[in-house]
Design a protein around this ligand. Structure first.
Ligand code: PLP
Length: 360
């Protein structure tokens, strides 16, 4: 892929943020874009100034939500170079989402090369503080400008990047989670396993409802029986039995196959935990929490990495987990994973992909 790096007006260059990042509020000066036209394929790959898109009000994405995205991070290594974490997993998932949403697919190697090129150009935007990183948001939207309901023949693929601090303002403190059996996020046969905007739009109402009740995330149950645990907010979920057995729900098609989830399974086994992918019945799970058989619960995802759950709300009940304190398994996994991501520890799995910006 030939990527053209467009000039940028020096008067529009903003210096990289060095503190108070928030979460994806400020974006780097440049973005990657390329366009797809049926019959022609992908063309006009560019790194260009970050700017609003001018779009026709009839553009397909605004009406039928034909869009996909990814979420990944770049981490500053102690030697000044930059790590991506399992970026080909995200590239593969991007294409899986594209296929499910009847969109054009990308060349996965070229998609990764475009991300790397953008980060090389904007490397000063990768924070140097320990718990901060650069969030990467590859996106694809349908750009046909007719209101017919069919798969678009043209797409815009772009990547924007933003320095981020820790995801939860609570830090590594356990989050309160509300279990809803009133609303559902996704159904088998639907688009739950694709990273597409509609899944998130569908989750907002229940999220607001939970916040009003004093909880910061929603735990989703399966749509049919409203009984089997699926995922929590924008994270997969794990339960720790007796401090040594980690259980996470299987990928049944209605939950997102998380890269962090996959890494927790592999790292967990490597560290000597027993790890199983099993259906988790919410009623039994709550009994196991109350009886102390479940000793920890945590969410896992790129944004927060590992987020301990401090309590569940369900109907009118409130159930504390591990006395509301972060547990040792979550803390250990968080430490081990972030040490690999930031290049502070050896990476026996070959998960990190280093972008050299330092001459090393
Ligand atoms: N589930 C949902 C709905 C998500 O949006 C995410 C986050 O991206 C995850 C799970 C975790 O996936 P990953 O670990 O790849 O970030």
């Amino acid at each position: 892929m030939d990527i053209q790096v467009m000039p940028i007006d020096p008067a529009r260059l903003r210096p990289p943020l060095s503190d108070n990042y928030g979460f994806c509020i400020h974006f780097a000066n440049r973005m990657f874009t390329q366009r797809y036209t049926r019959g022609k394929g992908w063309h006009d790959a560019r790194i260009e100034p970050y700017a609003p898109f001018a779009m026709d009000p009839a553009t397909a994405v605004f009406h039928y939500a034909q869009l996909i995205f990814e979420g990944m991070k770049a981490y500053r290594r102690p030697d000044g170079n930059i790590n991506l974490f399992r970026p080909m997993e995200n590239a593969r998932r991007f294409n899986n989402s594209a296929r499910r949403m009847a969109m054009a697919t990308v060349d996965e190697e070229e998609h990764l090369a475009a991300i790397c090129r953008l980060i090389e150009v904007e490397h000063e935007w990768v924070p140097r503080q320990g718990d901060a990183s650069l969030y990467i948001r590859p996106t694809m939207i349908a750009t046909d400008t007719t209101l017919g309901v069919h798969a678009s023949a043209s797409y815009l693929h772009y990547v924007i990047i933003s320095p981020v601090g820790p995801y939860f303002k609570e830090g590594f403190n356990p989050v309160p989670v509300y279990i809803t059996d009133q609303y559902v996020r996704a159904v088998h046969g639907g688009v739950g396993e694709a990273k597409t905007g509609g899944n998130y739009a569908a989750s907002l109402y229940a999220g607001e409802d939970a916040r009003q009740k004093g909880y910061s995330q929603v735990l989703w149950l399966d749509a049919i029986e409203r009984r089997y645990v699926e995922e929590v907010g924008a994270m997969n979920i794990c339960f720790v039995y007796d401090g040594q057995r980690i259980v996470t729900p299987p990928l049944t098609g209605s939950i997102l196959p998380g890269v962090t989830r996959k890494s927790v399974i592999e790292l967990g086994r490597h560290l000597g935990y027993e790890v199983a992918e099993e259906m988790v019945d919410v009623y039994r799970m709550l009994d196991d929490v109350k009886a102390g058989r479940i000793t920890e619960v945590f969410g896992c995802g790129t944004a927060a990495v590992i987020a301990p759950v401090g309590k569940f709300g369900f109907h009118d009940d409130e159930i504390a987990i591990h006395d509301g304190e972060p547990g040792p398994v979550a803390q250990r996994l968080y430490q081990e994973l972030t040490d690999i991501q930031y290049g502070r520890a050896p990476d026996p799995f070959g998960w990190t992909y280093t972008i050299s910006v330092n001459g090393h």
